[in-house]
Design a protein around this ligand. Structure first.
Ligand code: GDP
Ligand code: IMO
Ligand code: MG
Length: 424
């Protein structure tokens, strides 16, 4: 009986969706704790690809209860579409979905602000997913957000929407030259959403507390990754939440003493989508080669992902900040055809060697990776279902990753399908 957190240990898209789905077979509850529809979590079952944005990736197993925690920002329209999409897959969500009464809403003006802010930054833009994430979290900490519990009280909803719109319409009109948003439209959208989900709204912290007391098996599903964490990522090229394990406690109302396993998901190499520093990034041509091998296109926006070597400085940042207890290495198969594979063990800049990820952008942008070279295995790992079935050079590479990070590897993924998995 355990509570396990699934955390992205790089810049997101590590394969969290596949691993959450896989582990969900044996858990009772799966809970998202932060982020929103910026996430794109892919699950492949019997060759069919399903991409989830806001609903936890455990929803495909009929025995699970799926929770949207207080730390998540919910876009009502996207959420309702996703519920329809999930139902269209033949999955019954009734009675299996719980939404925190304290979660905040992403409303149409957040999307407008996200787009307008990015456009105004020009070359300096962050390359957000355009889903209104940053502006919604700004409202939350700015104490003008609209929360899920407001949906259940007409007067409260009206007051919350007014205070939020008063602040935003002025900015939209005068700074960004956009049309003001009509209060009546927002209220109507909120009411439609309230009707669709009113039976799911509850105090999910209390629900999870009871589930832990009842010795249920629980998975906390992180979105994004440690390097996109607003505190420990490549600030300001980050998202606006804490994808790290501490974020799981805050975003679900569960105390840190209740967490048993913190599982870091890492690709056997590195990718990032959007702008910002990426010390081990390949040159354009090789990036394109690996992008094709790994199908590295964003699950939410379809944007091409930037690709690079495995970076121990990045992963060790995640090991420390999250307190990782094990690693899951995904997409090992993508390296099958490469004759030489490199691992970054540190950075050099300005005559200094860096083993810990530096805070300042200048160092991050100018850091030269110190790379060690490993021979490839030049054979397919896609069919392997045991450690012994892996080629020797693949085993050596994986052992080196474990040695450099000081964390044991619990699972290796060699393909997108549930079956393409090695449990250690
Ligand atoms: P997430 O955001 O961390 O859930 O990851 P994404 O779903 O955005 O991106 C991971 C992509 O890699 C998806 O297309 C998955 O289907 C795919 N994938 C996951 N694990 C593996 C693997 O071991 N090998 C290969 N080739 N693809 C994988
Ligand atoms: P999953 O959960 C990869 C990136 C964006 C951008 C930055 C800020 O699928 O791993 P935002 O829209 O959050 O304000 O954008 O964060 N980003 C992701 N990159 N995977 C994700 O989620 C991401 N969610 C946001 O590309 O660089
Ligand atoms: Mg993704």
């Amino acid at each position: 009986m355990a509570v396990s957190v699934i955390v992205g240990a790089q810049w997101g898209d590590e394969g969290k969706g596949k691993i959450v789905d896989l582990l969900s077979e044996k858990v009772d509850i799966v809970a998202r704790y932060q982020g929103g529809p910026n996430a794109g979590h892919t699950v492949v079952v019997n060759g069919q690809e399903i991409i989830l944005h806001q609903i936890p990736s455990g929803i495909l197993w009929p025995h699970t209860t799926c929770v949207i925690g207080n730390g998540v920002v919910i876009d009502p329209k996207v959420f309702m579409n996703e519920m329809d999409f999930v139902r269209d897959q033949g999955i019954d969500v009734e009675g299996r979905l719980l939404i925190s009464d304290r979660a905040h809403l992403i409303l149409p003006y957040h999307r407008c602000l996200d787009a307008a802010k990015e456009a105004s930054k020009g070359e300096q833009k962050i390359g957000t997913t355009g889903r209104g994430i940053g502006p919604a979290y700004i409202d939350k900490v700015g104490r003008i957000g609209v929360r899920v519990c407001d949906l259940l009280d007409e007067k409260q909803l009206s007051e919350s929407v007014t205070s939020s719109l008063d602040a935003h319409n002025k900015v939209l009109e005068t700074v960004y030259n956009c049309e003001p948003i009509r209060k009546a439209d927002i209220i109507e959208q909120c009411n439609t959403f309230a009707n669709a989900v009113k039976n799911y709204i509850t105090d999910t912290s209390v629900f999870l507390d009871q589930a832990i007391k009842d010795n249920r098996d629980i998975l906390f599903e992180g979105a994004q990754g440690t390097m996109l964490d607003v505190d420990y990522g490549t600030y300001p090229f980050v998202t606006s939440s804490n994808p790290t394990s501490g974020g799981a406690c805050v975003g679900l109302g569960v105390g840190p003493t209740k967490l048993d396993n913190i599982i870091g998901i890492v690709k056997a190499y590195t990718t990032r989508v959007g702008m910002g520093p990426f010390p081990t990034e390949f040159d354009k041509e090789f990036s394109e080669h690996v992008r094709q091998l790994g199908g590295e296109f964003g699950a939410t926006t379809g944007r091409p992902r930037r690709c690079g070597w495995f970076d121990t400085v990045v992963v060790n940042n995640a090991v420390r900040v999250n307190g990782l207890t094990s690693l899951v290495i995904t997409k090992l198969d993508v390296l099958d055809t490469l004759p030489e594979i490199k691992i970054c063990t540190g950075y050099e800049y300005d005559g200094k060697v860096f083993k810990n990820y530096p805070a300042d952008l200048k160092t991050q942008e100018n850091a030269t990776p110190i790379l060690e070279s490993h021979p490839g295995w030049l054979s397919s790992t896609k069919e392997a279902t045991t450690w012994d079935a892996l080629p020797d050079n693949a085993k050596k590479y994986l052992n080196r990753l474990s040695e450099l990070t000081g964390v044991r590897i619990g699972i290796i993924s060699v393909g997108a399908d549930r079956k393409q998995t090695i449990l250690i």
